[in-house]
Design a protein around this ligand. Sequence first.
Ligand SMILES: [Zn+2]
Length: 162
Amino acid sequence: MENHRIEVVYQKGLQTELDAVAQRLCDQAKLAAKRAYAPYSNFSVGAALLLDNEEIVTGNNQENAAYPSGLCAERVAMFYANSLYPDAKVVRMVVFVDIVAEADLVPPCGSCLQVIRESEVRFEQSVEIILIDRNRFLRAESVQQFMPLSFSGDFLLSKNNN
Ligand SMILES: [Zn+2]
């Protein structure tokens, strides 16, 4: 038996340090959060995606009285992007949660990470993830930094292609 260690790499800073495209995505994610339907949690989240066709697609959380029937902002945006542009790769995602400055930035839930990972495997394209609040950011090159030992459909997709 041997021990293995996984290193997670990410950057933190202020949004003014981000490149212009990322700052535009930050603005779009903040706008998307204002359109969220979150009457039960009062926890509005906005996501903005940049696709390799240069389109920006946004999403926000959509809640439901029958609790699990709602969906997170990240998956609304991912599925909306895939439904509009089925062949386009998602290359960047910005997720906005309006939290108090002392709190940690909020990463996607496990189900959303799994959906983002599916996109990475399906399109052989890592998805840069940037979490933001009003001013700060946390950035990672791939969803694998959040979920390094993720389940991937690799073997299922290759089996179906044979
Ligand atoms: Zn989620």
